[in-house]
Design a protein around this ligand. Structure first.
Ligand code: CDP
Length: 212
């Protein structure tokens, strides 16, 4: 069984995906980390982030087991990720790993931007998680504060807006709601309430597979 969770920056999809995977005993893949790691390594090698040749070479050689680096979670890493993520060959190079991961038994939860549309268009359940940019910025800001990262709220908000525009506006695999995805608006929901709502959506989908 495959559960696809997509949504804009800091929408809470990662937290939700992890909780769902734990609850169901499924594997979980935060696909954003793949793009973040590619960007980190391209920069580390001294290339520009929009250098297609370098980014593709890094993406092809990426070891997806090495995604534990805490620096990957920062704002700079997210912004850099969205630049390499625009390169179609980078996306293509990361596709087979994501699809293989999705097929791991007994099931997998993947979160990202194009899981329900490109990576796993046949996913059993697709949820698109949203919240207003201000709510998302407040949540991400709180995460950074808890980790002691000195980033201003305004910086977090503007990063989110820039990234959303870049991700939705790219021609290849743009962030969009899959036609058969179920929307989960979490602006007024706690993590717990969002989790309960997602479980409800999954149950509904499984008992009425044709409906979205
Ligand atoms: O956690 P957050 O929502 O802030 O970002 P993320 O999911 O780690 O994704 C970082 C960036 O990677 C996004 O802004 C996208 O540009 C890119 N990405 C993508 O293009 N496709 C995916 N499936 C996942 C991430």
């Amino acid at each position: 069984m495959i559960i696809a969770i997509d949504g804009p920056a800091a929408s809470g999809k990662g937290t939700l995906a992890k909780r769902l995977a734990e609850h169901l005993g499924f594997h979980c893949l935060d696909t954003g980390l793949l793009y973040r790691a590619v960007a980190r390594d391209v920069a580390w090698l001294g290339f520009r982030l929009d250098d297609t040749w370098a980014a593709v070479a890094v993406a092809r050689g990426l070891d997806p087991r090495e995604l534990e680096d805490p620096d990957l979670r920062g704002t700079a890493a997210g912004d850099a990720a969205s630049i390499v993520a625009r390169i179609p060959e980078v996306r293509a190079a990361l596709l087979a790993y994501q699809r293989d991961f999705a097929r791991r038994p007994p099931g997998a939860v993947l979160d990202g931007r194009d899981i329900g549309t490109v990576v796993c268009p046949g996913a059993d359940v697709k949820i698109f998680v949203t919240a207003t940019p201000e709510v998302r910025a407040r949540r991400r800001f709180a995460e950074f504060e808890a980790r002691g990262a000195g980033v201003a709220y305004e910086t977090v908000l503007s990063d989110i807006l820039v990234r959303d525009a870049r991700d939705a506006g790219r021609p290849n695999a743009p962030m969009m709601v899959a036609p058969d995805a179920m929307l989960l608006e979490t602006s007024n929901l706690s993590i717990e309430a969002a989790f309960d709502a997602a479980v409800g959506l999954i149950k509904r989908k499984i008992s009425h597979p044709g409906r979205s």
